[in-house]
Write a protein that binds this ligand. Structure first.
Ligand code: PMP
Ligand code: GLN
Length: 378
């Protein structure tokens, strides 16, 4: 066959997790917890199965779950979404992102995104015949240079992709960014795809600037989130998209033929679990403790910490250790030291190597301590 994605290889998450397993390394590469999700949540799934909820869910998702998503979104961000027409439950955020892009991107449409960027955006854009227009952001702060964004806009610009809190850098959008974004899209026919899978992982008392908070942005946004991330159950592949009805209508045209509907018993369980807001409001404290503990440990090593305002990823630079390429260094760390990380150059289309590695700290304290012990030897 003629490849539709000739430049695309196997995702780094598969590669690094396999390498970690092969060498028995502590896996701080792919982002997933090494502890269980809440036993109560597992009981709820079990109960839903025993109660016979094992057949197809409605195409857009279980209504009880869509209602809880609407309640949560209104409570946190003040936006009112109609569960009937504006919320769809998906097989993880990955499916929501692919579906959103395929629903609105036509051949030659331009999509602006910022690098380093999570790796599933660009392939979806290319498959639709769209054109990626990316801007590389600079460590340590990875701030968006809005003047340069403005210069990227043409009459073909169809979408801007934002991701806050940001994977891999751990930065978050500020109120200043939001003001710039509002000014940028005013009177323009530009949609926003907002990847907010880490919406509940914002630290130091800062707030998450969801697109849903700002009517000028909300009205043009497809917002995606992930229960896998929120409830420590990445293997359940459960997420959702919220968007104004005219966008959601197009989204569902794709969703219905991509998956039709997603896991029924898990939707029952999460619908129930979301009723207790503490189940997500407790997350910043839970992860901030892990972040602070891990950072204290890394401070003893020769790695240099970059800021981490959100997500469960801590990035570091390593100028004092080696001038190896980040990919080579990540492989050597996994094989020789026994700690796997993600080399951040893979999140740039040009492979830009700023000598940054990303560690996932959604791990038991014991795991983090063991990893730091090994990293002290580097
Ligand atoms: N976007 C970002 C920024 C992510 O880090 C991830 C990984 N959780 C996803 C999307 C995909 O989420 P899911 O596992 O729910 O498909
Ligand atoms: N989002 C996770 C990460 O950034 C990985 C998800 C995946 O493996 N596709 O590590």
């Amino acid at each position: 066959v003629i490849s539709k994605l000739p430049q695309t290889g196997t995702t780094i998450f598969t590669t690094m997790s396999a390498l970690a397993a092969e060498h028995g390394a502590i896996n701080l590469s792919q982002g997933f917890p090494d502890y269980s999700c809440a036993p109560e949540l597992i009981d709820l799934v079990n109960k839903a199965m025993l109660d016979g909820h094992n057949q197809y869910a409605p195409m857009a998702g279980l209504m009880a779950l869509r209602e809880q998503i609407a309640i949560k979104t209104e409570k946190l961000y003040g936006a009112v979404y109609n569960p009937d027409t504006e919320i769809t439950v998906t097989a993880g955020a990955t499916q929501a992102i692919f579906t959103a892009i395929s629903a609105v991107i036509h051949p030659n449409d331009e999509v602006i995104m910022f690098e380093p960027a999570y790796d599933c955006y660009a392939p979806a854009i290319k498959l639709m015949g769209g054109v990626v227009k990316s801007l590389e952001l600079e460590p340590p702060d990875y701030r968006i240079p809005w003047e340069m964004v403005k210069r990227l806009i043409t009459n073909k610009t169809r979408m801007i992709i934002l991701n806050s809190p940001h994977n891999p850098t751990g930065t978050i959008l500020t109120r200043h960014d939001i003001d710039e974004l509002i000014a940028l899209v005013k009177n323009q026919d530009i949609l926003i795809l907002s990847d907010e899978v880490y919406e509940h992982l914002v630290f130091d008392g800062q707030e998450h600037h969801s697109m849903a908070r700002y009517p000028e942005l909300q009205s043009r946004s497809l917002i995606v989130s992930s229960f896998g991330k929120t409830f420590h159950a990445t293997g359940w592949k459960m997420g959702y998209c919220v968007a104004p009805a005219h966008l959601m209508q197009e989204f569902r045209k794709i969703h219905q033929f991509l998956v039709f509907s997603v896991n029924t018993p898990i939707q029952y369980a999460i619908a129930q679990y979301l009723k207790d807001e503490n189940n997500y409001l407790s997350l910043p404290d839970f992860f901030q403790q892990k972040r602070d503990h891990f950072r204290r440990g890394l401070e003893q090593t020769r790695f240099k910490l970059l800021p981490c305002a959100g997500t469960y990823f801590q990035s570091v630079t390593y100028e004092d250790i080696t001038d190896e390429k980040d990919v080579d260094f990540a492989i050597r760390l996994t094989k020789d030291i026994g700690v796997a990380a993600i080399p951040v150059s893979v999140f740039y289309r040009k492979g830009t190597d700023k000598h940054v590695l990303r560690f996932c700290f959604a791990k038991e304290q014991e795991t983090l301590d063991k990893a730091v012990e090994r990293l002290l030897k580097v």
